[in-house]
Design a protein around this ligand. Structure first.
Ligand SMILES: Cc1ncc(COP(=O)(O)O)c(C=O)c1O
Length: 488
């Protein structure tokens, strides 16, 4: 065997032999099962000591590249076999513990099984075509150049990246919330903030008071946690707080979950008077308020209303916000503001759930905001979404004249009431056939038999032209659903 050796170089001879053999094995020059010379024979061949060859073989053996068989010599090992994929189970033969796992309460919101070549979906969050991809890429590079591996370590397991918490304090000041970075915790999206708050505060069987309708995945979360859900109807000024006191007396909830700005799904905002009244009721009946401000900054007209947290001087309110809607949902960065022991309670749960929210993303968002890119993006987005909201309202007036549109001055959604016999649950499949998708109303009600004559349209994801076309299609879908009603 000829192995060129550099006898005057720095690399030990056994390493050179090992490297040469390793390259040959890995590239197939020495195929599996090839018999290698004995260490004595190779040592004689190369003019080195036997121990040098033995050391080289030992390294290759340790890495599984060669094997020695007692009495027959040393061979190139077979590569690790790549096993063909065999499905783990046909579903019938899962272990018992697998079969006992109860199905998820989360409704299947997978993409349609009726693919339309150019489906106009009024679902989702923001318009990915407006995501600031290049600017964000530049910000990631800047952060990595500035912080190096520091951006890629866990960081301290406290309540998040300090500078981002300071930045959140600045952003919140514009909502009238005067807080301190010590009261701010960064979370993996506001969904995590909601889930951890519930976990810290509630146990199965406890009651939560919610707006009716409300954010479907909050409802799913409450159901998963075994909570009893009591709904308070919503009108154009948000939750009908005048009904709350009776419900507090009747159901003794431990938490009130509210989305006071541009509520999901109705778009309604809770009036300032109702915010004050809700806070005082919560204080009187010793109930926590979870204020979910998921799109508070996306205001198209009028003045911002004070956050309930801004009116709270005793630690009654847990406020959650997110960078998902104004920036991008895939960042998975949100935040929670709370005073008192609840903050520590949530902090401990946060740590055992996911250790920390991505330290890289926290730094990148912080830089994106502090260099002013966020504010520019917010202005651009607000302008575009306002035009889309208007286009949606106009298109509904033109193509769905019987529908009632809930007024909204910000956010992402148009909430429609469709009077008449058509259920929006059945309308979905007609709409998909026509090439338009929406969220049917029942998803947003604690009792899914409610809401069948409502639907939610996300106007933010589509251009005005697409909105016009999509609502025209929805009008056709309603006609078709009416024609195909049994007995019509
Ligand atoms: C009202 C509301 N709150 C919270 C969330 C959760 O958002 P994220 O976890 O992305 O911050 C959503 C998402 O759609 C929402 O609509």
């Amino acid at each position: 065997m000829r192995i060129p050796l550099d006898r005057d170089g720095d690399e030990p001879l056994f390493r050179q032999i090992e490297r040469w053999l390793r390259d040959d094995i890995v590239t197939g020059g020495l195929p599996p099962s090839t018999r290698l010379p004995s260490s004595r024979a190779l040592a004689d061949d190369l003019g080195v000591s036997r121990i040098t060859v033995a050391n080289a073989y030992a390294e290759l053996d340790r890495d599984g590249l060669i094997t020695s068989r007692e009495g027959s010599g040393t061979f190139v090992a077979a590569p690790v076999a790549v096993l063909p994929h065999v499905p783990v189970s046909d579903g019938q033969s899962w272990p018992l513990w697998q079969r006992e796992i109860r199905g998820s309460a989360v409704e299947d919101i997978a993409p349609s099984r009726h693919p339309h070549p150019d489906l106009i979906a009024f679902t989702g969050v923001g318009d990915p075509r407006m995501f600031p991809v290049n600017e964000f890429g530049r910000t990631i590079k800047e952060v990595l150049a500035r912080d190096g591996t520091g951006a890629l370590e866990y960081g301290a397991f406290d309540h998040g990246y300090g500078p981002l918490r300071e930045t959140v304090v600045q952003l919140l000041a514009s909502q009238g919330i005067h807080t301190d970075a010590r009261q701010v915790m960064i979370t993996s999206g506001s969904q995590q903030a909601i889930a951890l708050t519930c976990q810290a505060l509630l146990k199965p069987g406890d009651t939560v008071l919610v707006e009716q309708p409300t954010y479907n995945l909050a409802l799913d979360l409450f159901r998963e946690m075994g909570l009893a859900i009591v709904g308070v109807p919503v009108d154009e000024h948000g939750m009908r707080v005048e009904l709350v006191e009776d419900l507090l007396q009747q159901h003794h909830p431990r938490l009130i979950y509210t989305i006071p700005n541009f509520q999901n799904p109705t778009g309604a905002s809770l009036s300032t008077a109702r915010r004050r009244r809700l806070l005082s009721l919560a204080a009187r009946y010793n109930v926590a308020i979870l204020e979910d401000d998921f799109v508070g900054d996306l205001r198209y007209e009028g003045r911002a209303l004070p956050a309930i947290k801004a009116l709270d001087h005793v630690g009654q309110v847990i406020y959650v916000g997110t960078f998902s809607k104004l920036l991008m949902p895939g960042l998975r960065v949100g935040f929670l503001v709370a005073d008192g022991p609840i903050l520590e309670g949530v902090g401990v749960l946060k740590q055992v759930h996911d250790l920390t929210t991505s330290p890289l993303m926290q730094r990148v968002i912080d830089r994106y905001v502090t260099v002013g890119r966020y504010q520019t993006h917010l202005r651009r987005t607000t302008r575009a979404y306002r035009a889309r909201r208007d286009a949606m309202h106009n298109a509904v007036r033109e193509f769905l004249p019987s529908a009632t549109v809930a007024p909204s001055h910000g956010g992402l959604f148009t909430w429609l009431h469709l009077p008449g016999p058509v259920s929006t649950k059945t309308l979905v499949s007609h709409a998909l056939d026509e090439g338009v998708d929406f969220a049917p109303g029942h998803r947003f009600f604690a009792n899914p038999t409610d809401g069948e004559h409502f639907l939610r349209l996300n106007f933010a994801t589509r251009t005005p032209d697409e909105i016009l076309q999509g609502i025209q299609r929805l009008g056709l879908a309603v006609d078709r659903a009416l024609e195909q009603r049994p007995g019509s």
